[in-house]
Design a protein around this ligand. Structure first.
Ligand SMILES: [Zn+2]
Length: 293
């Protein structure tokens, strides 16, 4: 079962989130039938977005990360709630897969390097907060690190990993961590963290060695006293429902609905996040019309 953990050093200088998102990425792959490169890119984005969502303090808040660049993957989108539950999709699930010479999937090649990362935080109260940065690598973790550094002036280290079985394309492990220096952190602390991070093995190696999110966080904070703030399960959750889609159709107005009845003898809507299709019969549309008048 997937888990997210957040902890802080007892001196209040450093905050770490760590996550095992193996099931989430496995489910994303199953829903979207992604090729290995698309699985890796979407998996990393889901993993990072989940950690960023879990940092939102407001209960009904959500965060939306959108990468649009010049690679064959097309757009990549992930949305998380403030508990870190997450959903997402990519424009091209059939994106071809290329590898680096060390065997790792070339995610930057799939995503592209000329593009932007958009971050939208919705606190559920009017205007959302929107930030945008150009991509620096297309490998996603570096792009999230750069977003925090340039858009929010928070020194951050982010690692994201998705390990895929070379024979069948299935997800073996996925996870990540996000380390942030808080205002109380001085240069010495920054240096110690940097040295710790350099010594860390890749996330998927740590997970493959049965390390938990807590083990990973403790390793990142080696030499510091650590207090665990919270640790809980997280899931791939889509929030769509027939009622919500019906609400959207109603918002289109009487004329549109009448046209759907007359021309299409019904309506159908598709959810990109979970691949469900919702069908509305002529009778259901007639009923909506009645409710509108
Ligand atoms: Zn859905």
């Amino acid at each position: 079962m997937d888990k997210i953990l957040r902890c802080i050093t007892t001196d209040g200088a450093v905050m770490v989130s760590a996550i095992d998102s193996s099931d989430i990425v496995h489910i994303a792959k199953k829903i979207h039938k992604t090729t290995p490169s698309a699985t890796a890119a979407l998996g990393r984005l889901l993993t990072g977005t989940s950690m960023m969502g879990a940092m939102l303090k407001q209960k009904d808040a959500s965060i939306n990360l959108r990468i649009a660049a010049d690679g064959p993957l097309g757009v990549a989108i992930a949305v998380a709630d403030s508990n870190g539950n997450v959903r997402g999709y990519v424009g091209n699930a059939n994106c071809p897969t290329e590898h680096y010479s060390n065997g790792k999937i070339n995610v930057a090649k799939a995503v592209g390097t000329d593009g932007v990362l958009n971050v939208m935080r919705d606190y559920g109260t009017g205007e959302p907060y929107i930030g945008q940065v150009p991509l620096v690598s297309g490998e996603i973790a570096e792009d999230i690190t750069n977003y925090y550094a340039t858009s929010e002036q928070i020194p951050t280290a982010c690692a994201l990993g998705v390990l895929i079985d070379k024979t069948d394309g299935e997800v073996l492990f996925a996870g990540g961590f996000l380390i942030q220096l808080l205002p109380g952190a001085d240069d010495t602390i920054a240096q110690r963290i940097e040295e710790n991070v350099k010594k860390l093995e890749p996330v998927t190696t740590m997970l493959a060695n049965s390390m938990t999110p807590l083990d990973m966080a403790k390793k990142a904070l080696d030499g510091f006293d650590v207090e665990v703030l919270d640790e809980y399960p997280i899931h791939y959750i889509c929030t769509c429902s027939k009622e919500k889609i019906a609400g959207l159709i109603k918002n289109m107005g009487k004329e549109e609905i009448s046209a759907m009845i007359k021309e299409d003898k019904g309506a159908s809507a598709h959810c990109h996040f979970c691949n469900k299709t919702y069908n509305f019969s002529e009778e259901e549309l007639e009923k909506m019309l009645g409710e509108l008048s």
